[in-house]
Design a protein around this ligand. Structure first.
Ligand code: LLP
Length: 445
């Protein structure tokens, strides 16, 4: 196992997260269960926050990309750690404001924000809205005028950087539903357009080059392209860049095919990016912009694990052995979507050596409902507790009620003790909005 600060094997041979025994957590809260280590989350937030403050004279803000894991408690933690957040929907904005998150530290994204979402963002008083369409600029301008305010916006630009990642999570190549391309003049045209609006204040640019990226050079290249473009806009349109938001995308460890970076190691990504900002602004004689960064996965991904109970075991001789668990694609759709790889551990026998290759299947009525394929484990039996590591990001946030399965609850562990931050769903929750029309008679035989 990849021993880390957050995960350990205790004297009983059980896996521990944040000092809590996973077998005891499974007994107390049941399975399937998402578990998060609060210390790791805070550590990651503070590494980003402090690196920016130290190397960039405090001129900027780290925004936790809350699409990675959104619930009221995480917004409280982000606020306590003095970082901002990004939200991509009215639902995330609502959750954050319900938790009392200060709206001025919120940046709102989305490639097609709905009218009511823009209205909600303006009413809440979010710090920035990232506009990604002409129609959005028009709407923000009109709605801001109605409210007698001027809204700060950034424009989402697309620097055309190819980052090494899965195609579905790549967002800054020319063929993308996100952003205005730097290559074909559309970014320039939309800059000129935004500058004509009275109730929007164009503050700068935003880009996000993709996810699960380990190469620093990809971020450096993106910074260079954005600032070359900003310099061009300064010359052509007299527009001075005030804010630059470089998005997120820093990679995390899922399996030993990935780099294992300790929390402090992520500072290097920021430092490389900051150095590039300093060098390029100096080259173009531009003022240093206010710098925003939006890490999501790297803050929450390795902080989380999912606990399951092994149920049915199917050994197909010469083909494959399936261990079915009490969760599946409804709590983690990432294998089904991206063939993502994960590392499993038998939490109740964590010090045993692996002896066989198995595949972990979920309980949904779908052959592709798999969590991990061809992974090494000790011989598992029904009733064993299986932990899947690095599930903190984009698992709970992408969970669903397929087959009307209950989305598992989330527990936050601090000093060895777990507490619910998202309570268990009930069948009543799942069926709450169902309507039986009166004309649909109940047949009583
Ligand atoms: N900022 C923007 C504008 C983004 O679109 C994203 C991610 C982030 C920040 C955060 O990126 P991170 O640091 O988490 O890589 N569902 C996919 C991930 C989609 C990410 C979309 N945008 C997955 O499960 O891998």
């Amino acid at each position: 196992m990849n021993e880390r600060e957050t995960l350990k094997i205790n004297a009983k041979g059980h896996l521990e997260i944040g000092g809590a025994d996973c077998v005891a957590l499974a007994q107390e809260f049941g399975t399937p269960l998402y578990v998060f280590d609060e210390k790791y989350i805070r550590k990651m937030m503070s590494v980003y926050r402090d690196t920016l403050a130290t190397y960039y004279d405090g001129k900027g803000m780290v925004l936790y990309a809350s699409k990675a894991f959104s619930c009221k408690a995480i917004y409280r933690i982000a606020d306590e750690e003095n970082i901002g957040i990004d939200v991509v929907s009215g639902g995330e904005l609502y959750t954050a404001t319900q938790a009392g998150f200060p709206a001025q530290n919120i940046c709102m994204h989305g490639n097609n924000k709905l009218d009511y979402e823009l209205g909600e963002a303006l009413d809440a008083g979010v710090g920035y809205i990232v506009a990604d369409a002409y129609s959005e600029i028009d709407k923000i301008d009109a709605e801001a005028a109605k409210r007698g305010i001027v809204q700060k916006i950034l424009l989402r630009i697309n620097p055309g950087v190819e980052a090494h990642t899965h195609a579905f999570v790549q967002t800054a190549t020319t063929d993308s539903k996100f952003g205005f391309s730097l290559q074909n003049g559309t970014a320039e045209a939309v800059t000129a357009y935004a500058l004509t609006k009275k109730n929007v204040q164009l503050d700068g640019y935003h880009c996000h080059i993709g996810s699960q990226i380990f190469e620093k050079q990809s971020f450096v290249l993106a910074v260079e392209k954005c600032l070359d473009f900003a310099a061009e806009m300064q010359k052509k349109l007299g527009f001075t860049l005030k804010t630059l938001n470089m998005g997120g995308g820093f990679g995390v460890w899922y399996t030993d095919e990935d780099k294992k970076i300790p929390p402090e190691g992520y500072a290097e990504y920021l430092i490389a990016l900051i150095e590039a900002v300093k060098a390029k602004t100096a080259e173009h004689k531009l003022p240093l912009p206010y710098l925003l960064l939006e890490p999501g996965r790297s803050i929450i991904g390795e902080a989380g694990i999912t606990l399951y109970t092994v149920g049915a075991i199917k050994d197909i001789p010469g083909v494959r052995k399936y261990l079915a668990v009490d969760g599946g694609m409804f709590d983690n759709p990432r294998y089904a979507l991206y063939q993502s790889k994960y590392t499993p551990i038998l939490a109740n026998r964590a010090s045993e050596e692996p002896t066989e290759i198995v595949s972990i299947a979920g309980k949904c009525c779908e052959s592709g409902d798999l969590i991990a394929v061809n992974v090494n484990l000790p011989k598992a039996e029904s009733g064993d507790i299986l932990a899947i590591l690095s599930t903190g990001a984009y698992n709970y946030s992408m969970a669903m009620n397929y087959n009307r399965n209950k989305i598992p609850p989330c527990v936050l562990v601090k000093d060895g003790k777990g507490e619910y931050i998202v309570k268990p769903q009930t069948y009543e929750d799942i069926a709450r909005n169902d309507v039986i029309l009166e004309r649909l008679s109940k047949k009583t035989k």
